[in-house]
Design a protein around this ligand. Structure first.
Ligand code: ADE
Length: 247
């Protein structure tokens, strides 16, 4: 997978040299290019923003630096080497909220580009211009407002990057984690069995795998009902039943 990030704060992305994403880059599974948007602003002050038409508070990012910057990384002919459209992701509190199913979909794409806006956002015409050159998806991390798209893009790069085949040492750990089956993950414990007067649930020491699986499923349901009742409403009960019968 190739990722291009466009930002006025390239320093934010130095963390991508470390941890799982850093290792994936070393192993050639992932290629990340960070671009400074100001390199595409040609006045003396390298200006990337201006006042909004129609008035209002704050500043808006100008279209020209964006089209020039994006053009420098979009594939010639409009398609990736394997014939996919590039995916331009635009972090914005006005986007559709990102989730695990979306992470899975995006991990199967060959080329992601992130347009990190600041101030009041990017001139909307950039979105229209880019739609002729890529699939454009404005996305939100959640219903709160960040200062810009950098932190949201980093979150997506981590969530998507870890799903690229070959990234995670034990793929089974991806199957059992929170949200993979619509439920939150069950609680986990390690040695010692008793600590500070608190005991590990005895069923986990029973050696009976069937019992352990059933207890873990009960804990998942209990935890999801109390913490995230909205997920229970969306649950694919038939799918869960089938999975449980198979274990
Ligand atoms: N930019 C500002 N707030 C954001 C959010 N909640 N999600 C994604 N990008 C943002």
């Amino acid at each position: 997978m190739r990722i291009d990030v466009f930002t006025i704060f390239p320093e934010y992305f130095s963390v991508l040299d470390i941890s799982l994403v850093g290792k994936a880059r070393e192993r050639g599974l992932l290629e990340v290019h960070t671009h400074d948007l100001r390199d595409h602003a040609h006045d003396r002050h390298r200006t990337v923003d201006d006042t909004p038409y129609g008035g209002g508070a704050g500043m808006v990012m100008k279209a020209q630096p964006w089209s020039e910057a994006l053009s420098s990384a979009l594939p010639e002919g409009g398609l990736t080497p394997s014939g996919q459209r590039p995916l331009l992701l635009v972090p914005s509190p006005a986007g559709k909220v990102f989730d695990q199913a979306t992470a899975q979909e995006w991990s199967e794409r060959e080329h992601l580009l992130f347009a990190c806006g600041r101030y009041e956002g990017i001139d909307e015409r950039v979105i229209e211009w880019a739609a002729d050159r890529a699939e454009v998806v404005p996305f939100s991390l959640g219903d709160y407002v960040l200062n810009g798209g950098e932190v949201a893009s980093l979150a997506i790069i981590e969530a998507v990057g870890r799903l690229i085949p070959g990234m995670v040492g034990n793929p089974a750990s991806l199957v059992e984690e929170s949200h993979s089956d619509g439920l939150l993950e069950y609680p986990v414990y390690t040695k010692p069995a008793s600590w500070e007067g608190l005991d590990v649930p005895p069923v986990l020491l029973s050696g009976d795998h069937g019992k352990v699986d059933r207890a873990r499923r009960d804990w998942q349901l209990e935890r999801t009902s109390t913490r995230r009742p909205d997920l229970i409403e969306k649950l694919d009960v038939a799918g869960l039943d089938k999975k449980d019968k198979a274990t």
